[in-house]
Design a protein around this ligand. Structure first.
Ligand code: BG6
Length: 468
């Protein structure tokens, strides 16, 4: 089978991780510009001041994407480039940059797939309470509308938010992302709710503009599976899916929160400060949402936590590797002897991907899906000047096979975006953890070089994945 004609083969990036030019052409300061400079927050103190200089080299980068045969480029817009202080004046230079980037993509027939929020919040808004302050909802709405009006004639695919669970979880529970708060469960749920409301408002606004494109949200797709058949662990996995998947997907796709979680939050006094108007808005926007984007890296293997001690001992682990207890001490994620892991301890599991997709279909029916991220973080070997990222080729191959199988099973999957198009700055892991098809030489003026995977993916796209 070849992949269907309307299936998009793409690759992705995010503004803070590639652009650099952090204080150029009127850009405001973002929360990450500040947070990454606090000693000890990132690997070797890396930050996005320069990143891989995509801001100045976008023409060279898009040309390489075109050479790879990429059909679509998923990138994000830096809010503080467009509205430097969050909700004040628009910065025309910021609009100009994204106009140029979009036009450069279209010159080669590359479909721009745009994320409005990939974690870099204007610092002024962060200081005013970030996503726990409802002012941020209105500010986002204004920013989204500016983007729709400026770019919507050419951009027909919009993602409002990238991975709410990560920026809220890391921001208010693990303290590993801005605002760096540890264990404030009340704020965590408050922030997630405000993001869903901001999403619903942006969807409503977008539809009212009649630009006839599509809009959705991207979530982490991290399905939980019990480590064994023990009832207590099966329960732990169910609990994990309710809190980490359904809490995020239900308000978008069903227009309401899962009762199981709502009831528990109520008992614990953790219910977000929501209004009837907001809940009605979620309800109303559910069938206006056009798709869900899934970022799949790994499943989680879950078991019940049996001692308070364990819960405390593992609090600090926040890089994505198993070992994390849940905030409520009900379950923990674990590594298993019979599973395969990356150098950073992330499980490699195409099977978990397929099982997870089936789980989604069961709960949400035929919703339209894009895989908006999937990829292997690795230290790529360079052998006689060749960047021999064979493990990445194998990883993507196995996951694309799953995508094909899922389509054959009737799962409504319309595109695949590898993470990432080019080596970029990992939020917490610096430049050591590489994901790209294009290598960036940090010892040689950020020179770009094609990896083996570049040629491999080019062939997959050209042949529409027939050999997979
Ligand atoms: C996703 C993010 O969570 O994971 C990306 O959307 C990120 O921005 C990617 O880079 C990989 O994470 P890490 O920690 O391996 O760089």
């Amino acid at each position: 089978m070849k992949f269907p004609k309307d299936f998009l083969f793409g690759a992705a990036s995010a503004s803070y991780q590639v652009e650099g030019a952090w204080n150029e052409d009127g850009k405001g300061v973002s929360n990450w510009d500040v947070f990454s400079k606090i000693p000890g927050k990132t690997f070797e103190g890396t930050n996005g001041d320069v990143a891989v200089d995509h801001y100045h080299r976008y023409k060279e980068d898009v040309k390489l994407m075109a050479e790879m045969g990429l059909e679509s480029y998923r990138f994000s817009i830096s809010w503080s480039r467009i509205i430097p202080d969050g909700d004040g004046e628009v910065n025309e230079k910021g609009i100009e940059f994204y106009n140029n980037l979009i036009d450069e993509c279209l010159k080669y027939g590359i479909v721009p797939f745009v994320t409005l929020y990939h974690w870099d919040l204007p610092q002024t808004l962060e200081e005013a309470g970030g996503w726990t302050n409802k002012r941020t909802i209105d500010a986002f709405n204004k920013y989204a509308e500016v983007c729709f009006r400026a770019f919507g004639d050419r951009v027909k695919h919009w993602i409002t938010f990238n991975e709410t669970i990560v920026f809220c979880g890391h921001g208010y529970l693990a303290g590993a992302h801005p605002p760096g708060i540890v264990n404030d469960v009340k704020k965590y749920f408050e922030a997630t709710h405000n993001v869903f409301v901001a999403h619903a408002k942006a969807v409503k606004k977008y539809k009212s503009l009649k630009q006839y494109g599509e809009i959705g949200i991207t979530h982490v797709f991290n399905p939980a599976f019990s480590v064994d058949d023990k009832e207590e662990n099966i329960f732990a996995a169910k609990h994990a899916n309710y809190y980490d998947t359904f809490w995020y997907y239900d308000p978008i796709l069903k227009g309401e929160y899962p009762k199981y979680v709502v009831d528990e939050l109520k008992k614990k006094g953790l219910t977000p400060d929501w209004t009837k108007e907001e809940l009605d808005l979620l309800k109303e926007s559910a069938d206006k949402n056009d798709f869900i984007g899934l970022n799949y890296y790994q499943p989680k293997r879950v078991m019940k936590i049996d001692s308070e001690e364990e819960f405390k001992a593992n609090r600090e682990n926040s890089t994505g590797a198993p070992g994390n207890p849940s905030f409520d001490g009900v379950y923990k994620t674990v590594m298993m002897k019979d599973k395969v892991y990356t150098k950073w301890g992330w499980e490699i599991s195409p099977e978990g991907f397929l099982d997870g997709l089936r789980m989604l279909k069961k709960r949400y029916g035929d919703v339209k899906l894009y895989i908006t991220e999937n990829g292997l973080g690795d230290e790529d070997p360079i052998i006689e000047d060749v960047i021999a990222d064979v493990p990445r080729i194998n990883f993507i191959k196995e996951h694309l096979k799953v995508v094909k199988k899922a389509i054959q099973e009737g799962i409504n999957l319309k595109g695949y975006y590898a993470w990432s198009v080019i080596d970029l700055l990992s939020w917490l892991n610096g430049y050591k953890k590489q994901y790209g098809f294009i290598y960036v030489d940090h010892k040689n003026n950020l020179a770009r070089k094609k990896k083996l995977s570049f040629y491999w993916y080019k062939n997959i796209i050209e042949t529409r994945g027939e050999e997979l």
